[in-house]
Design a protein. Structure first.
Length: 285
């Protein structure tokens, strides 16, 4: 009996020791967080400073959550799309016909929240200067003028290349689509009422400072940003590497003005012309 007890005690010590060793040596991760900045520089499609077009007005929305469908680290300015280190690729489907982002299974995150966590061992070692993010969806609050009254509403903007949507909830209202929708599809809710529409093709701003050396397909919504001091993955990291993707929402919601007052007034015939983000700065912590 004493022998049996001794064996059990030794076995227990081994198991506990192994468990403690495992806890003492956690595997480091790459952590991707999102940030939405109203004061970050407002850029155009070429990654150059941009002002609101004549005849238009704009506002900085409050972004509640966002989804991306693709994240890639690129080592140089001439690295073509798809030839860098692909960090993330979201689910896609042909349920609506042509290939599209599967919105029902998309990943979302809000401001200063974690969007993605992957083991660093899955990331190729190297020096990276750029990050590319293919955006899929953004949802937030905008202000508008209705019959002379200032109100706020919730806007859902589908900025991905193609989006298969069944139904989705917008501030408590269920919106049924059951179809593919191209970049620029939007839905809006205010005071319990909903509407939806489609922005003009090519109207969504997608800043890419590497337009000349590494272009991206039209309608892809692949926003490109540069690390201030580069990012080095050695493969020998012992702690998490945290990357904050800071997106500019500086006057990112833009419309045509009918009544020149700087207020969005859809009842007066003012039309949405742009819902794209206005720049990306990746920050390595």
């Amino acid at each position: 009996m004493k022998t049996i007890r001794f064996v059990i005690a030794v076995f227990t010590l081994i198991v506990v020791s192994c468990s403690e060793d495992k806890d003492d040596n956690p595997q480091p991760n790459l952590v991707i967080k999102l940030k939405f900045d109203t004061s970050q520089e407002r850029l155009n499609n070429l990654g150059q400073p941009s002002t609101v077009a004549n005849g238009n007005a704009a506002q900085s929305p409050i972004v509640n959550r966002m989804s991306a469908n693709y994240i890639e680290f690129a080592p140089t300015a001439t690295t073509l799309l798809g030839q860098g280190a692909i960090i993330f690729k979201g689910p896609e489907t042909t349920a609506g016909g042509s290939n599209a982002i599967d919105f029902q299974n998309a990943v979302f995150a809000g401001n200063n929240e974690t969007f993605l966590t992957v083991p660093l061992s899955n990331i190729a070692s190297g020096n990276y200067q750029w990050v590319r993010v293919s955006l899929a969806y953004q949802e937030g609050t905008i202000n508008l003028l209705v019959n002379g009254t200032d109100i706020s509403g919730t806007l859902g903007s589908f900025v991905g290349f193609n989006n298969y949507i069944t139904t989705f909830n917008l501030n408590g209202s269920s919106i049924e689509v059951n179809a593919n929708k191209l970049q620029g599809f939007w839905a809006f809710e205010a005071l319990g009422f909903t509407s939806q529409g489609q922005a003009p093709e090519g109207a969504t701003t997608v800043p890419n400072p590497l337009f000349d050396t590494s272009p991206v397909p039209q309608g892809s919504c692949v926003v490109t940003g540069q690390f201030a001091n580069g990012l080095t993955i050695t493969g020998n990291e012992t702690e998490d590497v945290v990357i904050t993707l800071s997106f500019s929402i500086n006057n990112s919601f833009e419309w045509t003005e009918v009544n020149v007052d700087g207020k969005f007034e859809p009842g007066a015939g003012e039309q949405v012309v742009d819902m794209g983000l206005r720049g990306l700065i990746p920050i390595a912590n």
